[in-house]
Design a protein around this ligand. Structure first.
Ligand code: PLP
Length: 1002
């Protein structure tokens, strides 16, 4: 359709003399004052005093002028403070065939002629937003102007006039803008709000006075159209010749939405419509110029419009959409939050991207920021050599380059944009590792593209995978700088499973000229060209000033790579080289530090510990963090109670009683009375005091190699202490029974025979003091003795011997209690015996210092002989809240069942390992309390002490923590938090397998 130009453009402008106009002003409107002709395209506007007399083109319709009058009157009511012309009350008068009006004069200079600042642009946006607010409730039949040429809603009507543009490049840009309109705007038209809009906030209609918008004139283009056109037209002029379209647009849009919010759909197309307005403007003026070749102004005014149009068309339309949303204070990519929430949800379980365990791998984080050492190297070869030296020094397997780092290394033309600064902020994570290393899909998905971006500083071979969240929202992951072999290894549309090899690390000759690495980034939108589709490339760096937008398009790839956050923190203060000398100076030297390579552990989570560099260590030894390190339920319980009250047990407090009752309920009758302490040692100390008070005796029978705590009394009954380095030997009041070790002991698995040794010790006590021992104390499984599970019948028989002599039986459950054995809450329960006193500690508060003694009412009553037992901290409300929370988690997460199943799995795996490694002499344990007895010879059972130590050290260097114990320090001890999974167990076994193989072959 060839549109017909409206007649006002064909009809000549009215041309009355200034005297005639002054006369009209005085006669018709009662206005006088100095007279000055103003500029106008199709009418005659003359300033008379503080008014403007507007003489309309003879072709102007009365209804069109009435529309303006009603609108201005409406605005005077809805937004009275807005600087808009006020119409003289006489309304429209006729003069020689022309309709004439008078409006108030607004001060200020045209926007086009004043300097532009961000504040002015913001003010412009605000002004237009308030106008939209004021017009929102306005309607008039004359606003429906189906033939109005400039209505953006009907842009396609002037599309054909683009053919009148003589310059090829200009025409191409204009045509592209019309196509963008067709693709992106037209389908959304039914969803865009309609309103009467001014539709012509051009840079001569907006007035500025002292840096602020002082008025808007010329309501001649008012039309009922899409609401968003108002802002689009404003942008089309406000952005002319700005340095940075996105920054300037941000000011205008943020101002506008502060007054008048836009819908998602409006924000989606506002920049497209601004481009459309520019394209229309150029097309219309080119068309007119063809018909009025003498009017040179028509083409001159095109130049800035074309410059802006080319800039806008040079940006990805979706980027502009996201920029508009960012300006409006929204999440730039609408689906960003949904995608990130899914990536952080338990549903997302990414596979490792490299064939190393990045959680446990030693890592070196490098900077490529301006001036950093890594940027001073001559080229990729030198760079890689330097990185390898760094890795060697830090015992690392991978070098990590940061997300969101402003770098100086991006030199290529492709990093220049319309913004004042180049794209220099890295939007991915780099993992530097030897070329040829396999690169794996982190999630199941489909190959979107595989292309060679073979330009220097670019990605080289690049794979982009498409994935989706649970609700079907797509997102993409880019793997860049791969090898040429990658290009034939995968093909577009191919389905991939998590863990599948999708490429190989490329070397510098193919990967864009970099040290070997993979650049990984997540894209919440592919921002594909609406005409060409995805091209297999994507920005890997953003302009510093646009990072708020880029971060939403390209969120941190660490959502999938999952390097611990400590990886990226400054950790010099926590370095072992800094801490170890301080520790030597500050703390007593009686306690050694674990492992040859000392660890600075700064965070725990579940079964994992993290050192100062973010390296993870699978904790297979800390039975204190019973329900997992820093379990949120326990942490919150402690925090909640600590914020309210912490006192002692001399006050009544419901939590203390609730916890005591709940704890007692886990014991068989008659064990129903609880004393709270702060540690296992305090619990055992109290147990001894009860036994000694109740029996009036002092001697104790204990099991050889036992350990019961750090106090003087407890050292004296712990052979593990008094018979080892620095120990004073067995005191006379302590009587040792043989350690009933089915593997190393003299009587195999015969519990009754081992128990004879308890009878002998009881007899020795009786002989010494004439009465007998106060108590027989035994760990329910011997820990320091080497994870020794006592033979069936032993504890019951031993208790019987003790009781026969009037002694009490104290079960030390400090290590093994709280469901660790998998089949019962307490390890003694497996032995069909009920102790007189049970002591608890370590796991009870999941790291919060908490212990307890549980005994019978009868014994408790006898113990209460008048001397008070007071413990300042024991059983305080915070500790009880912690203890209660631990019980919640044991039950809620069914940790007893997990201890049983994971424990059985581990035992099976250990037996398989024993088939392959002769140094495993014995495999033993219950639930998650296990041991491997290492020997140099299976026949002689010669303890392999050095090997056990080497294995513990090698495992720690490979990110798995175990300890050694037993009389010969040759037993590998495994007692992880109860949340230990089969997957964790596989890691442990694989590393044990590796270490046994490696060390035994020396
Ligand atoms: C069996 C046993 N009882 C008691 C204790 C003493 O506990 P704590 O060090 O918490 O005082 C320990 C500590 O290792 C232990 O293993």
């Amino acid at each position: 359709m060839q549109p017909s130009a409206p007649s006002v453009f064909e009809s000549p402008k009215p041309a009355f003399s200034e005297q005639e106009v002054a006369h009209i002003a005085a006669e018709a409107f009662g206005i006088t004052g100095s007279v000055q002709t103003l500029v106008s395209e199709r009418d005659q506007n003359v300033r008379v005093g503080e008014h403007v007399v507007k003489i309309a083109n003879a072709a102007e319709q009365r209804s069109a002028l009435e529309l303006q009058h009603y609108a201005l009157a409406h605005l005077a009511t809805t937004v009275p403070a807005l600087a808009l012309p006020r119409v003289a009350p006489q309304g429209i008068v006729e003069h020689e065939g022309h309709l004439v009006r008078a409006v108030s004069f607004l001060p200020g200079l045209p926007y086009a002629t004043v300097p532009h600042t961000d504040a002015l642009r913001h003010g412009l946006g605000r002004f237009m937003g308030r106008l939209s607010k004021g017009l929102h409730s306005f309607g008039h039949p004359a606003a429906h102007r189906p033939d109005f040429l400039w209505n953006l809603d009907g842009a396609q009507r002037v599309q054909e006039w683009a053919a009148d543009i003589t310059d090829d490049e200009d025409r191409t840009a204009v045509e592209a803008a019309f196509r963008r309109h067709q693709q992106r705007v037209v389908p959304l038209l039914p969803h865009l709000r309609g309103a009467v809009v001014h539709h012509d906030a051009n840079d001569y209609n907006v007035l500025v006075d002292r840096g602020t918008v002082s008025g808007l004139i010329d309501f001649g283009d008012m039309v009922f159209a899409r609401q968003v056109n108002e802002l689009a037209v404003t942008l089309a002029y406000a952005l002319l010749d700005v340095n940075d379209v996105v920054a300037a647009g941000r000011s205008v849009i943020s101002g506008y939405v502060a007054e008048f919010p836009l819908t998602d759909d409006e924000l989606r197309v506002v920049y497209d419509l601004a481009a459309t307005r520019l394209a229309m403007s150029v097309a219309i003026s080119s068309h007119r110029s063809r018909h009025h070749p003498d009017n040179t102004y028509l083409l001159i005014s095109q130049a800035p419009a074309l410059r802006l149009l080319r800039k806008l068309m040079g940006l990805r339309p979706e980027f502009l959409h996201f920029a508009a949303r960012e300006a409006a204070g929204l999440s730039p990519v609408p689906q960003h939050d949904r995608i990130v929430a899914w990536l952080q949800s338990p549903a997302c379980t990414p596979a490792p991207v490299l064939p190393i365990d990045l959680r446990r791998a030693g890592r070196v984080v490098i900077s490529l920021a301006d001036g950093a050492p890594a940027t001073r190297l001559a080229g990729p070869v030198e760079s890689w050599e330097w990185m390898q030296a760094q890795m060697h020094a830090a015992d690392a397997e991978v070098v990590v380059g940061r997300y969101d780092e402003d770098r100086s290394c991006y030199q290529g033309e492709q990093f220049r944009t319309d913004a004042p600064e180049p794209r220099s902020v890295h939007t991915g994570i780099d993992l530097f590792i030897a070329d040829g290393t396999t690169v794996h899909a982190m999630l199941p998905g489909t190959v979107e593209t595989v292309v060679d971006n073979a330009v220097e500083y670019d990605y080289g071979p690049t794979v982009i995978l498409r994935h989706a969240t649970d609700d079907g929202t797509p997102f993409w992951v880019l793997y860049g700088h791969l090898s040429r072999a990658t290009l034939t290894h995968v093909r577009p549309d191919q389905l991939v499973a998590a863990g599948d090899v999708v490429g190989f690390i490329g070397d510098h000759t193919v990967n864009g000229g970099w040290a070997p690495h993979v650049h990984l980034q997540i894209m919440t939108d592919l921002m594909a060209d609406p005409e060409l589709g995805p091209d297999g490339n994507f920005e890997g760096a953003g302009e510093p000033s646009r990072m708020t937008i880029w971060r939403s398009i390209v969120p941190d790839a660490n959502l999938l790579v999952r390097l611990a956050p400590e990886t990226f923190a400054d950790h010099t203060a926590d370095d072992p080289a800094t801490l170890q000398p301080r520790r030597r100076a500050d703390l007593g030297p009686s306690l050694s530090t674990s492992y040859r390579r000392h660890l600075s552990i700064i965070r725990g989570e579940g079964p994992w510990l993290y050192d100062h560099t973010g390296r993870g260590y699978l904790d297979c030894v800390n039975n204190v963090a019973h329900v997992g390190h820093a379990h949120p339920h326990v942490v919150q319980a402690i925090a909640r109670q600590a914020a309210v009250l912490n006192t002692n047990t001399r006050y009544l407090h419901r939590t203390i009683l609730d916890y005591a009752e709940r704890l007692a309920a886990t014991f068989p009758a008659p064990l129903q009375v609880v004393y709270f302490t702060n540690s296992g040692s305090e619990a055992n100390e109290l147990a001894l005091r009860i036994a000694r008070t109740v029996t009036g005796r002092h001697d104790i029978v204990a099991v050889d190699w036992g350990y019961h705590g750090n106090t003087n009394d407890l050292v004296e009954i712990s052979a593990y202490k008094f018979n080892r380095k620095g120990g004073a030997g067995r005191p006379p009041h302590t009587h040792l029974a043989e350690l009933p070790d089915p593997y190393r002991g003299a009587h195999g698995n015969n519990g009754a025979i081992y128990a004879q040794s308890v009878a002998l010790a009881v007899a020795a006590a009786t002989e010494r003091n004439g009465a007998g021992p106060a108590a027989f104390i035994a760990e329910s499984i011997s820990g320091c003795g080497g994870q020794v599970v006592f033979p069936p019948g032993y504890l019951a028989a031993a208790a019987q011997h003790a009781r026969a002599a009037g002694a009490l039986y104290i079960a030390d459950e400090v290590q093994v209690g709280f469901a660790r054995v998998g089949t019962s809450m307490w390890a003694f329960e497996e032995h069909g015996v009920v102790p007189d006193i049970v002591t608890l500690g370590k796991p009870m508060g999941n790291g919060h210092p908490l212990g307890a003694v549980v005994t019978t009412h009868e014994l408790a009553a006898t113990f209460a002989n008048g001397m008070e037992w007071f413990n300042t901290f024991g059983g305080n409300p915070v500790s009880c809240a912690a203890g209660m929370a631990v019980l919640d988690v044991i039950e809620g997460e069914q940790l007893m069942a997990n201890a049983a199943s994971t424990g059985e799995f581990l035992l099976r795996q250990f037996h398989l390992l024993a088939e392959r490694h002769a140094s495993i002499g014995d495999v033993r344990g219950r639930g998650l309390y296990l041991g491997l007895d290492l020997v140099t010879d299976r026949v002689t059972k010669e303890p392999a002490t050095a090997l056990a130590s080497d294995i513990a050290n090698r495992l720690s260097e490979r990110g798995v923590l175990v300890s050694t114990d037993g009389p010969h320090d040759n037993v590998i001890k495994i007692k992880p938090p109860l949340v230990f999974s089969n997957e964790n167990a596989r890691v442990l076994c694989a590393e044990l397998d590796e270490a046994l193989g490696h060390l035994a072959s020396r």
